[in-house]
Design a protein around this ligand. Structure first.
Ligand code: EUG
Length: 535
């Protein structure tokens, strides 16, 4: 059995006894085979000496037990690492930043405490997955939708705290932004409620975010300053219909006005999440392959000439509308009118659904766009005849770039040479569309393969990351989220005024968690006694 760093075997044995008293023996996991389940199965350090492996895990059932655990850990100086459902795959899974931390696994706390489908909010515990949340609402026939990310087994709270995002209406896709009110166990074991929850007997816990005084909720994202045990969320009133339509534009440079107009529609509240793609990039053709293979990449004129000859559009964008049938039809007509200023723009009706869906529609639909949690995203990488040797996993390089067509074209120029140089030439693309989950920015996501047998490949990923992060930073771009092994690196790029932001966070850390017991190192925030170990 591993011993957490900074404690003696005796202190550890004593702490374990106390954890057992608090949780019963069914809540304390110390055997190698149990603890191995908390490894990050997508770790770029898989099987290497530096892999960050936990020493034990604790699974409380109630917020009071969380409080007891944190008190014991604070007294005994035991480093904890809190997880919700532990499915943060691609960004660290359920493994800690600091090797030897004790995982505080909240998945047993899976109660949906309240759903109000007239005032459109819910209050949930951290172990509630999107599947749990959806089922709770469906079973009761409540008139609200959830907004979920691709992995339906993820935690509603965990995803929000890691700044995760989804697929429906802008206000709901940003999961942290759509929260309202929190209950937190602080590192000293005290309970704190934020927003209106701070009023004893509050009746507006999940309806007014700010309460009174400084808005502190942001501190509790990424796990450094407390363990969140309840959180309110605003919900999407179930729309009556869904309509989608696709616009295509012929030329490469048309992405600039396309994004401007789609931004206008989205930020004004006319559309839900837009989805960009490149029909040209889907063409499998030797002539196009030769154009792309030219040193320095293809010229815009060559691409436009090829696209015109073949009658293929350079870019497309799928627009999504939610609401009454007449309303969505009018919104789509309005969007077409706005987009018609782009010469050669063409429009296609894509889907129309009236809720509830038929079984056949539910099967065919892009489920997450309709707030239906599922795991189909994992099928893409699964073993099949077409994909006989799938990757074991992946990590995401996730830079936030401006929401403009120019930034999309620039991002390919910036990242393609780096991706090629670091030895992933098959990931170089001149047709890469941005990811649009965030409401006011694009993410330009790269998914690097991770192997549990090919350490050389994992090393290449680890070598690629600093170069990509630097290339982004030189453009004034930073990443929104990254696995533990790259968190110091990513935080390093947020360096304005000699790292004022990180220094501020660490000053707070010293005050709120002087023993440094909570999620040490997460997001590049280290307690004082470990600051010299920053990577
Ligand atoms: C995905 C989504 C993310 C992310 C990385 C990957 C999904 C890929 C919504 O955020 O950060 C299909």
């Amino acid at each position: 059995m591993a011993v957490p760093p900074g404690v003696s075997e005796r202190e550890w044995a004593d702490a374990l006894k106390q954890f057992q008293q608090a949780l019963g023996s069914g809540g304390v996991f110390t055997s190698d085979e149990d603890v191995a389940l908390y490894r990050d199965f997508y770790s770029p350090l898989w099987g290497e000496a530096e892999e960050r492996v936990a020493s034990a895990a604790l699974a409380p059932d109630t917020a009071d037990q969380v409080q007891q655990i944190v008190r014991i850990a604070n007294t005994s100086r035991i480093p904890l690492y809190s997880i919700a459902t532990g499915r943060n795959l691609g960004y660290g899974g359920s493994a800690p930043n600091l090797a030897g931390s004790v995982v505080l696994d909240l998945k047993r706390m899976n109660r949906v405490l309240e759903v109000d489908d007239k005032r459109h909010f819910a209050i949930v515990e951290p172990g509630v997955s999107y599947f749990d949340f959806y089922r709770h609402i469906q079973d009761r026939g409540l008139n609200v939708w959830i907004d979920c990310p691709d992995p339906g087994w993820g935690s509603v709270i965990g995803n929000a705290l890691d700044h995760g995002v989804g697929y429906t209406w802008g206000a709901f896709r940003d999961h942290f932004h759509s929260h309202c009110g929190m209950e937190v166990v602080l590192p000293n074991g005290e309970f704190l409620r934020t927003g209106m929850g701070a009023v004893p007997g509050s009746r507006t816990w999940a309806e007014y975010r700010y309460g009174y005084g400084p808005y502190v909720d942001g501190l509790f994202s990424q796990g450094n300053f407390g363990v969140v045990t309840k959180m309110g969320f605003w919900l999407f009133p179930a729309p009556e219909t869904y309509l989608s339509g696709t616009v295509t534009v012929p030329k490469r440079a048309d992405i600039v006005p396309l994004v401007d107009i789609v931004n206008y529609l989205e930020h004004a509240g006319t559309i839900g999440m837009p989805r960009y793609g490149s029909p040209l990039g889907q063409v499998r053709d030797q002539e196009l392959a030769d154009l792309v293979a030219q040193p320095g990449g293809p010229s815009t004129d060559d691409l436009d000439a090829f696209a015109a000859r073949r009658g293929v559009a350079a870019w497309e964008c799928k627009l999504q509308f939610y609401g009454g049938a007449e309303v969505v039809a009018a919104q789509w007509a309005y969007a077409r009118e706005k987009l018609s200023v782009i010469a050669g723009a063409r429009f296609e009706d894509t889907e129309f659904y009236r809720f509830p869906l038929t079984a056949e529609q539910a099967e065919r639909a892009h489920k997450v766009a309709l707030g239906i949690p599922n795991l189909s995203i994992f099928a893409g990488g699964a073993r099949s005849e077409l994909n006989p040797s799938p990757r074991d996993g992946h990590v995401f390089f996730a830079p936030v770039i401006p929401k403009s067509g120019r930034a999309i074209l620039d991002a390919m120029q910036v990242f393609n040479p780096v991706v090629r140089e670091v030895g992933f030439p098959n990931m170089v693309s001149f047709f890469k569309a941005p990811n649009t989950w965030m409401f006011r920015a694009f993410v330009f996501l790269y998914s690097f393969p991770i192997s549990r047998s090919d350490r050389a490949q994992n090393r290449r990923v680890r070598e690629a990351f600093p170069r990509l992060v630097r290339a982004a930073a030189e453009r004034g771009w930073g990443e929104y989220r990254t696995p533990p092994v790259f968190q110091d690196l990513v935080m390093d790029a947020y360096s304005f005024n000699n790292h004022a932001l990180r220094r501020f966070s660490e000053t707070l850390k010293d005050a709120v968690d002087p023993n440094g017991i909570l999620s040490a190192g997460r997001g590049g925030i280290w307690p004082r006694h470990l600051r010299n170990t920053r990577g």
